[in-house]
Design a protein around this ligand. Structure first.
Ligand SMILES: Cc1cc2nc3c(=O)[nH]c(=O)nc-3n(C[C@H](O)[C@H](O)[C@H](O)COP(=O)(O)OP(=O)(O)OC[C@H]3O[C@@H](n4cnc5c(N)ncnc54)[C@H](O)[C@@H]3O)c2cc1C
Length: 448
């Protein structure tokens, strides 16, 4: 049970792996380059405002993660949100409850023709059944991902559907655009929309990782900079930098970092896998928390902006919908998530430039907003979300197969081999732990 296991990355994937391994009696060591745990599932209390730095929702479809929150004694913190959703077009707001078909039919955002076409698309998506399961793709799934969503929609449907439905959907769910993502990814997202309920963690999304971390051996500010294999023992030598530069030997390693980082630190990966990891494309993402000295009581929880109106903003979340303790009495908190193009363009710009660009558009949507500002806080994610581009799901399916067959005592968790979402990362972490437990257990028995 004292097998030396290293986990690289203390995001939800690495923590899930470590948690299950610890339950099974192992003592894994987690290396984390940042000063905090949770990665893209983290939050911070800033002067009484609970700020989510990236992920902000747990949809009802995240069944394992929700069950786990309960297992961790966080049943009461897992709160449903009103699921209100607005699209702004030319400054006018169109509001619905997510999943309400009645409100969708009444909405004035879409023309009658577009509404008919959306229903057709939805029925088509449903008829595709299991081919839309991106985690277990079939031959038909690969066919569906040959085309981009934009190409498919512009060739067959009213332009409104591309701009008012697909663009906000990709912006919100994949932090990307219909041009850079596949028809398959679009249909898969559309299929589940009608039954989407959204939960969040009242004390901040980071409260789950923080609770998990309490019983784990985590080395913060300790980036792994290189991994090599010793000969002839076949152990992994892990070299760390940051606060704790050292070299240590481990029997097994779990990579729980965005996939392009894997070949950067482990040069001995088989070429085909290296290529797959490097070409898994992530959109960068910039998130800005904007605390203000007044409430915006009538706003929806999620607000999508269209690219004809907004060059910078993709979505705005009003955080008071996430629970009564999120925002101090009488104050407001808006979390702005930049659209993909703006995240790319502004990624290396100083905070004041990013903030000024965001506030210009906030003032257009909510006149006087910038005058009420208490503080802005910028978060940048180089690896924001995997882009399910045409051809990616096929590549990933082959890579996952190769990982199972080829690599001894190396395990992979995180969103890189599927798509971004907390449930995926959580599941892959649990799966990595299960594989280790299965293998180490067998090895122990065969030795005795
Ligand atoms: C703006 C935004 C909003 C999102 N909203 C949602 C949402 O509402 N719901 C949802 O389900 N998903 C959402 N996602 C996606 C979700 O956050 C991610 O898919 C998920 O959190 C990824 O978890 P992970 O553990 O795989 O990776 P990460 O959270 O990225 O964890 C990887 C960890 O590895 C560390 N690390 C990296 N390199 C090294 C190194 N060399 N050595 C040591 N440590 C290292 C990182 O610091 C990080 O802590 C969102 C993402 C973004 C960016």
């Amino acid at each position: 049970m004292n097998a030396r296991i290293a986990i690289i990355g203390a995001g939800i994937a690495g923590l899930a792996a470590a948690y299950r391994l610890t339950e099974a009696g192992y003592q894994p060591v987690i290396f984390e380059k940042e000063v905090f745990v949770g990665g893209r599932m983290s939050s911070k209390n800033l002067d009484g405002f609970i700020v989510d730095k990236a992920a902000y929702t747990i949809p009802a479809t995240h069944k394992n993660l929700r069950r786990f929150c309960k297992e961790m004694g966080m049943k009461r913190s897992l709160v449903p949100t009103p699921g209100t959703y607005s699209t702004f077009s030319a400054g006018k707001e169109y509001k619905i409850n997510i999943g309400s078909s009645t409100q969708f039919f009444k909405s004035e955002l879409f023309s009658a023709k577009s509404k008919r076409e959306i229903i057709k698309l939805f029925l088509y998506a449903r008829s595709l059944g299991k081919s839309l399961n991106l985690a277990k793709p079939r031959k038909k799934s690969f066919k569906l991902e040959e085309q981009s969503a934009a190409e498919y929609l512009s060739n067959n449907y009213d332009k409104q559907i591309l701009e008012y439905l697909a663009y906000p959907l990709f912006c919100e769910m994949y932090l990307g655009t219909p041009e850079n993502n596949s028809k398959l990814a679009f249909l898969a997202a559309l299929k589940n929309l009608h039954r989407l309920k959204i939960f969040t963690l009242e004390q901040g999304m980071g409260s789950l990782p923080e609770r998990m971390a309490r019983t784990l051996d985590i080395r913060l500010q300790t980036p792994v900079i290189e991994i090599s294999r010793t000969v002839p023992q076949g152990l992994f030598e892990i070299k760390t930098g940051g606060e704790n530069p050292e070299k240590r030997l481990f029997e097994a390693v779990v990579f729980a970092v965005p996939s392009p980082i894997v070949p950067e630190i482990y040069a001995d990966l088989p070429e085909a896998l290296k290529e797959c990891f490097l070409t898994t494309s992530y959109a960068p993402s910039i998130v800005i928390s904007l605390a203000v000295d007044r409430q915006y009581p009538d706003t929806s929880m999620i607000n999508s902006l269209l690219r004809k109106d907004c060059r910078v903003l993709g979505n705005i979340i009003f955080d008071r919908h996430k629970g009564p303790h999120r925002v101090p009495e009488g104050k407001g908190l808006a979390t702005a998530i930049l659209c993909e193009q703006a995240s790319r363009n502004l990624f290396d710009e100083p905070d004041d430039v990013v903030i000024s660009e965001v506030l210009k558009e906030m003032d257009f949507l909510f006149p006087g907003f910038s005058g009420r500002l208490i503080f802005p806080k910028v978060y940048r994610w180089k690896y924001g979300a995997v882009q399910p581009r045409a051809g990616l799901i096929y590549k990933q399916a082959s890579a996952r197969k190769a990982l199972k067959d080829e690599l001894d005592n190396l395990y992979f968790a995180g969103d890189g081999l599927y798509w971004s979402g907390l449930e995926i990362s959580f599941n892959t972490g649990i799966e990595a732990a299960k594989q280790i437990i299965k293998k180490m257990g067998k090895r122990k028995r065969s030795k005795s």
